[in-house]
Design a protein. Structure first.
Length: 94
C-alpha cells in the first residue's frame, strides 16, 4: 500500500483493516499489533499482527505501508502581490 503525505506535512494518517484471526477451536484468540489509524512518517513501515491461542501457539502476518513524500505548491494571494509558497517534501523511499 502506498500513501502520499498530507499537505505540508512529513507524514500521512493511515488506516487499514485489522486482521480477524480464526482457529479450528472455539477458544478465543489474543491478537497483538498496531491499531489504526496511525500517523506514519515518510518511508516504509512494516505492520505485524500476531494471533495466539490459549495453548501458546501463535502465527504472525506482516504487511508494508509506504508513505511517499509529495511536492506541494500553494498560491498565496495578498493585496500587494502574488507570491508562490513552495512547500517541498521530497523523499525517495522505496
Amino acid at each position: 500500500m502506498e500513501i502520499p503525505t498530507e499537505f505540508g506535512r512529513p507524514y500521512a494518517r493511515v488506516t487499514w483493516q485489522v486482521p480477524d484471526p480464526t482457529d479450528n477451536s472455539d477458544e478465543p484468540l489474543r491478537l497483538s499489533g498496531l491499531l489504526p489509524p496511525q500517523a506514519l512518517e515518510v518511508g516504509k513501515k512494516h505492520i505485524t499482527y500476531t494471533a495466539t491461542d490459549s495453548a501458546g501457539l501463535s502465527k504472525s502476518c506482516t504487511f508494508s505501508i509506504v508513505v511517499k513524500g509529495t511536492n506541494d505548491f500553494k498560491i498565496v494571494n495578498s493585496k500587494e502581490n502574488y507570491c508562490l509558497k513552495l512547500l517541498l517534501y521530497k523523499f525517495n523511499f522505496l
